[in-house]
Design a protein around this ligand. Sequence first.
Ligand code: URA
Length: 209
Amino acid sequence: MSNVFVLDHPLIQHKLTYIRSKHTGTKEFRALVDEVSALMAFEITRDLPLTEITTETPVMEAQTKVLSGKKIGLVPILRAGLGMVDGILRLIPAAKVGHVGLYRDPETLQPVEYYIKLPSDIDERELIVIDPMLATGGSANDAIHSLKKRGATNIKLMCLIAAPEGVDLVQEEHPDVDIYLGALDKQLNEKGYIIPGLGDAGDRLFGTK
Ligand code: URA
């Protein structure tokens, strides 16, 4: 699991506990997902390249650092991935945002893209694919294939909670993709839910059932 990073920062772990709790209502759930997403973005951008510039402070000229302008793209997987976008954009406001919506055709078992809209230059961007739950890994795996098919070469995956089954699938199919997690849980149950997990992330974010 060399390219799997569990971001065990105390603030992330604390907030994840309340995200998991069934007593947390929609409003607070949304706010917590937003906050954890921003904290995870802080960690995930640790390796962004810097370049030196000359800055005039009120006291003297100094060599200081700024981001070297690496282009970033966020790609939330519909619909639950949407809940993590704003938190990440607070830290990386210039990022472009693409969207991917997929389902598996129940007969052919092939992924069907029912919606895909991406920045035109995805081949030049570092793409962060976002999905709160990495369960079987099917959606993330298919979304990453869709992005690669369109020219993406630099992809990271960011999830709040994963099951080992999903991590294994993405690692097998996409060993080049680093995976960033808030937590790596035990397993999937017979209904495909991550346990202990947090339930259905989309329903909890949007107040649906
Ligand atoms: N999707 C969810 O929202 N929750 C799970 O536990 C698994 C998949």
